[in-house]
Design a protein around this ligand. Structure first.
Ligand code: FES
Length: 89
């Protein structure tokens, strides 16, 4: 499951980063490499996700599950686009 589509950070990587950098949102933004080129979607949920780690809860929220589904759809669209481009060559 992807937490950040812009940086391609999965939930397991996010948890690892949090264990190394703590659950401070600003520290995590820096650790994730978020910058002005990013969309900021995951940044809006950062505190909630970090709070879940602090609480020891691993159950993803509905919002996180929707984010995951969007990520899978985006990856499928990219693969499809590449396949079409290859066929057109
Ligand atoms: S999804 Fe993380 S900054 Fe865009």
């Amino acid at each position: 499951m992807f937490i950040c589509l812009c940086k391609g950070i999965k939930e397991s990587e996010f948890s690892t980063l949090a264990s190394h950098h703590g659950t401070c949102p600003e520290a995590m933004k820096q650790a994730m490499g978020l910058d002005d080129s990013c969309c900021g979607r995951c940044e809006a949920d950062l505190e909630t996700m970090l709070q879940r780690i602090d609480d020891g809860s691993t159950r993803p929220s509905v919002k996180t599950r929707l984010h995951e589904q969007e990520g899978q759809s985006l990856m499928f669209a990219r693969r499809l686009s590449r396949a079409i481009a290859t066929m057109e060559e």
